[in-house]
Structure formats: structure tokens, C-alpha cells
Ligand binder design. Structure first.
Ligand code: SAM
Length: 215
């Protein structure tokens, strides 16, 4: 997702350090200090404009959420949505690249990773950029609690098949696989912005819940 560049984005973001954490590397292993509690923490890598993570934070006040996004212009929209939704203090945003997760989180910091409608990077030579590539799985495993889960949704069949294979070959347990999530929509499903858009176009939504197995 790329949005029109807004020159004032950087200033607006830095005026809200209580939501977009400016120095996340300072809290590795100590995120309780940021949230002022020791509740479990779930992260979404590639949060976009934050519709999903905002809905989750409202629905689950006893869980801490972090939305991670690469671009200023996009995190700006997410920040505006968080402010509009008047989310209490259980949601923070990071404007960082998911590739650098280990700078910001230590083992056991994270209880669950969400990947929603990740960029598919269809060309083979770009496969390493897919957020379900094993180089990313290694990062998630390094910051998750033992037996931590990855929850993955997409409308992209090729990316879904790639992810099933990648996670299975990594040795993860595939706990739940749905080829059309909206047929039996779980009551607690919070739709992402892309999920709303693509399901309205008639695309099936694929979902996978997988789990790292303690070695
Ligand atoms: N999750 C949202 C949804 O379902 O509506 C947004 C989906 S959008 C297609 C994917 C988002 O992931 C984009 O905003 C993109 O900038 C972000 N992204 C891609 N690679 C990333 C990375 N390595 N680290 C952080 N964000 C990333």
C-alpha cells in the first residue's frame, strides 16, 4: 500500500510519540513499560491503515497490540484512524521494516503474529520479501513465546499456497486452514481494509493459523 506523500506526515507522527513509538529499540524485552501492564502482546506486520489492529484493540482491551508499517504516508493514516477511534492505551504503532524485528523485540515479547493481505511479491526473485518466507518465520519464532501462533489471511491463492508450504517446511503445525473464511465467518473475525475490499469483489478469503513447535 502506498499513499500520496504528505509533507507534514513526519511532524504529525513525531507529535504523537505515545502512539507511534519513536524509539522502539529501547523497549526490547521490556514492552510492559510502554503499556504499563504485563498483558500478552500481539503484533501485525504490514498493518496498512490499521483498520484490523484498531478493531482488535477495541474488542480486546486485555491484549496489547502493535501495528508495524513501513511507510510514513501509510502509518500517518493508521495514526489518524487510531486517534479517531479513541483507542485506549493498548495499541501502539511502529514505523519500521518488519525485516528488523529483532532490533525491537526479544524472545517471549510477542504472543501472536498477524499477517493480513501481505504484499504477494509474485516474482520468484522477490520471494524473500514475502512476509511468510522462512527468513521472516525465523524472526517471528525468535520473538514469540514458545508455541506462539501466526494468523495469516489473504485473497491471493499463490501467496496462500506459498505460505502453507513455507510454514509446513519450516516445521510449523498448521492448526487451521480455511479456503473460504467468509462461508462460516467466525463471530470474532475482524475484517481488514483489504479483506473488506476483496470480499466485496467476490474473492474468497484464505486463512491459516499456524504454530511454532518448541524444539
Ligand atoms: N494489513 C492491511 C490490510 O489487510 O488491509 C494492509 C495490507 S497492504 C497490501 C500490505 C502492507 O504491508 C502495506 O501497507 C505495506 O507497506 C506493508 N508492508 C509490506 N512489507 C512490510 C515490511 N517488511 N515491514 C512493514 N510493513 C510492510
Amino acid at each position: 500500500m502506498r499513499l500520496r506523500n504528505k509533507p507534514w506526515a513526519e511532524d504529525f507522527i513525531s507529535e504523537h510519540p505515545n502512539i507511534v513509538i519513536p524509539n522502539p529499540e529501547d523497549f526490547s524485552g521490556n514492552w510492559g513499560e510502554v503499556f504499563q501492564n504485563s498483558n500478552p502482546m500481539h503484533i501485525e506486520v504490514g498493518t496498512g491503515r490499521g483498520q484490523f489492529i484498531t478493531g482488535m484493540a477495541k474488542a480486546n482491551p486485555d491484549i496489547n497490540y502493535i501495528g508495524i508499517e513501513l511507510y510514513d504516508s501509510v502509518i500517518l493514516s493508521a495514526l489518524e484512524n487510531v486517534i479517531k477511534a479513541e483507542i485506549p492505551s493498548n495499541l501502539k504503532l511502529l514505523k519500521v521494516n518488519g525485516e528488523h524485528l529483532l532490533k525491537f523485540f526479544a524472545k517471549n515479547d510477542v504472543s501472536r503474529v498477524y499477517l493480513n493481505f501481505s504484499d504477494p511479491w509474485p516474482k520468484i526473485r522477490h520471494a524473500k520479501r514475502r512476509l511468510s518466507h522462512d527468513t521472516f518465520l525465523k524472526l517471528y519464532e525468535s520473538v514469540l513465546i514458545d508455541n506462539g501462533e501466526v494468523h495469516f489471511k489473504t485473497d491471493n491463492r499463490e501467496l496462500f499456497e506459498f505460505s502453507l508450504k513455507s510454514m509446513s517446511e519450516y516445521g510449523m503445525l498448521l492448526k487451521s486452514v480455511s479456503l473460504d473464511l467468509h462461508v462460516n465467518m467466525p463471530k470474532n473475525n475482524i475484517m481488514t481494509e483489504y479483506e473488506e475490499k476483496f470480499s466485496a469483489m467476490g474473492h474468497p478469503i484464505y486463512r491459516l493459523v499456524s504454530q511454532f513447535i518448541s524444539r
